[in-house]
Ligand binder design. Structure first.
Ligand code: XIL
Length: 297
């Protein structure tokens, strides 16, 4: 196959990219996006601050620009993200207790209802676990509403959009470590108690090496009965960049419940990182990492 999306589709998977709404008017950019990718994530436009800038006043204009572009061009959409400690609107940042819990659940219900029927998978909860060795939850205003806030979020999302896969998404989960094991234990508990969860997203913001147990970690989650997705892949530029991209691709292909891979941007000049971590250079040329992924798919 000659494009990432078509090559991934040969095994029933997708290949996606994160997109900022502002780039949809740049034809050099959309030419690559449309040609190579068949799953679209809004880089910022479906986050809490973008969609609910004032309490209970929703603004879907920029999120809709991305979702509509995707649908008009035959792409699927990953929803990102309904609940997160970061990029909260100002009104939410200072809230606590039951008022915050109710505001969160209202947010989830309203946003997931607005996009109902258009979303392949939602990152319902993003980055709720702590870094380091504790394996526990990250402290946040949401966490302080009670440890059950994550399951409440998933139940609200399921009620609002029963057709979307509901994912938990996080970073520094690129191998078997304390953080990924904490998430693993939560997912196991959710499956045992019937809390609705369908998938786990592995952001995979990577440096110059990849954990040797990257694939084994994906597999242990899949063995719990959830799908796994690579949701925000980018890899520090260096001698190893192409090899790491190929290894991540191989790992996803080796896990039957790995649905697909999303890279966190298209060209290096549009990345949130400054270390040229993407598959296309600033001029839109295919990098060695691009060919490594395509050859592996
Ligand atoms: C980043 C965006 O790429 C930036 O444009 C924004 O300024 C900050 O957020 N984990 C996530 C993504 O889940 O939403 C983040 O995206 C990158 C880290």
């Amino acid at each position: 196959e000659s494009t990432l999306g078509a090559a991934a589709a040969q095994s029933g998977r997708y290949f996606g990219a994160a997109v900022p709404a502002g780039r949809l008017s740049e034809s050099a950019y959309t030419t690559i996006l449309n040609r190579e990718f068949n799953m679209i994530t809004a880089e910022n436009e479906m986050k809490m601050d973008a969609t609910e800038p004032s309490q209970n006043q929703f603004n879907f204009s920029r999120g809709d620009q991305i979702a509509n572009w995707a649908i008009q061009n035959g792409k699927q959409v990953r929803g990102h993200t309904l609940a997160w400690h970061a990029q909260q609107p100002g009104w939410m940042q200072g809230m606590e207790g039951s008022a915050l819990r109710n505001a969160l659940l209202n947010h989830i219900t309203q946003v997931a209802t607005h996009y109902r029927g258009k979303i392949h998978s939602w990152d319902v909860v993003n980055e709720a676990f702590a870094d380091g060795g504790s394996g526990g939850r990250r402290d946040s205003n949401l966490q302080r509403t009670g440890n059950d806030w994550i399951e409440a979020a998933f139940r609200a999302a399921r009620a609002a959009d029963p057709g979307a896969k509901l994912c938990y998404n996080d970073y520094n989960t690129d191998g078997i470590n304390a953080k990924s094991t904490g998430i693993y234990n939560m997912v196991r508990d959710f499956k045992a108690r019937g809390v609705p969860i369908d998938c786990v997203g592995f952001q995979s913001h990577l440096g110059t090496s990849l954990s040797s147990d990257y694939q084994a970690n994906l597999q242990r989650f899949a063995d719990l009965g959830v799908d796994v997705q690579i949701t925000e892949l980018d890899v520090e530029q260096g001698n190893n960049q192409a090899n790491i991209y190929a290894a991540v691709t191989r790992a996803c292909l080796a896990v039957s419940r790995c649905n697909g891979i999303t890279v966190w941007g298209v060209r290096d000049d549009t990345s949130w990182r400054t270390d040229n971590p993407l598959l296309f250079d600033r001029s839109g040329n295919k990098k060695p990492a691009y060919h490594a992924v395509l050859d592996t798919l």
